[in-house]
Design a protein around this ligand. Sequence first.
Ligand SMILES: NC(=O)c1ccc[n+]([C@@H]2O[C@H](COP(=O)([O-])OP(=O)(O)OC[C@H]3O[C@@H](n4cnc5c(N)ncnc54)[C@H](OP(=O)(O)O)[C@@H]3O)[C@@H](O)[C@H]2O)c1
Length: 322
Amino acid sequence: MFAVYAGQLNPDDPLAGLVVGERPDPDVLDGWTTVTVKAASINHHDVWSLRGVGLRAESLPMILGCDAAGLDEDGNEVLVHAVISDPAWRGDETLDPKRSLLSERHPGTFAERVAVPRRNIVPKPAGLSFGEAACLPTAWLTAYRMLFTQSGLKQGDTVLVQGAGGGVATAAISLARAAGFRVFATSREEDKRDKAMRIGAHEVFESGARLSSKVDAVIETVGAATWSHSVKSMRPGGTIVIAGATSGDAPKAAELTRIFFQQMRVHGSTMGTRDELHALAQFLDITGVRPLIDREIAMSDAAEGLAAVIDGSVFGKIVLTL
Ligand SMILES: NC(=O)c1ccc[n+]([C@@H]2O[C@H](COP(=O)([O-])OP(=O)(O)OC[C@H]3O[C@@H](n4cnc5c(N)ncnc54)[C@H](OP(=O)(O)O)[C@@H]3O)[C@@H](O)[C@H]2O)c1
């Protein structure tokens, strides 16, 4: 079948190991099923994989991609939950020490077909296109869990979303606005700040700029470049929810004194559960909120989309269609 995969790992030039070609159909394990992929979406995870972060050389060649929407074996429109937990695991899949994401141990979604445990299939609301639905399983699910499970935010509270252009950040801005939070967002670029206002931010700021008021929670995925600003922007007792570190995970200052003295919480967050993905799909169906798609391109042009993620010239999600 047609597939986009990592043939080699290269920490400095991730696209050097990318192959667009043919791979065998995925193995369908006991209790698993196959989804025919209609659309997939790119995440920073795919770039990390090509750099050799989270993907080991002995697992190559590995089909990339965590996110997909398509048709199940009975022709139903579905999306796939990308967190693969151990068959013996019960409860929150993201807490399973043996969990992996599609494309880490099992072939990913940048292919004509992907195999997943039956439990990982979630119905696609008819009102969402395949491209929109393909944005949900990683970036949008991560933002959903950060906001609604981890942050402690209540309606009327203020949330700061760092790095407005990213997939998680655009999802967080849209979801937070729809949920009744006051939304602040930062970006290094004026154009992205304008776009952030258009998708729901109440106020936007240059990265690192002083905010008009302190916030109750921060949605942090940029990491080292914004960490100090996140800590300094919080009210006493607020919560930083962190799910990524695109700019590195070693900030110049850890801000430990401010964190304990202001009694802040730092809450790590990763992906979301299958039930949270189902709830997110329902939330979009009911509210009319839709993922912001930067561009839809043919899956055979995946290199173009990955290059845009690497150089940061993206606002929202890049969808790959078959
Ligand atoms: N834990 C999880 O389950 C999970 C799930 C999804 C993603 N993630 C991680 O979360 C991170 C975000 O992923 P993503 O795909 O949403 O977006 P992304 O493509 O990694 O970009 C995030 C944003 O970071 C900002 N940024 C990057 N470098 C910066 C710098 N030096 N200074 C200031 N801002 C900078 C940019 O914002 P502006 O250009 O607007 O300034 C960019 O739009 C990634 O590291 C990803 O691996 C983790």
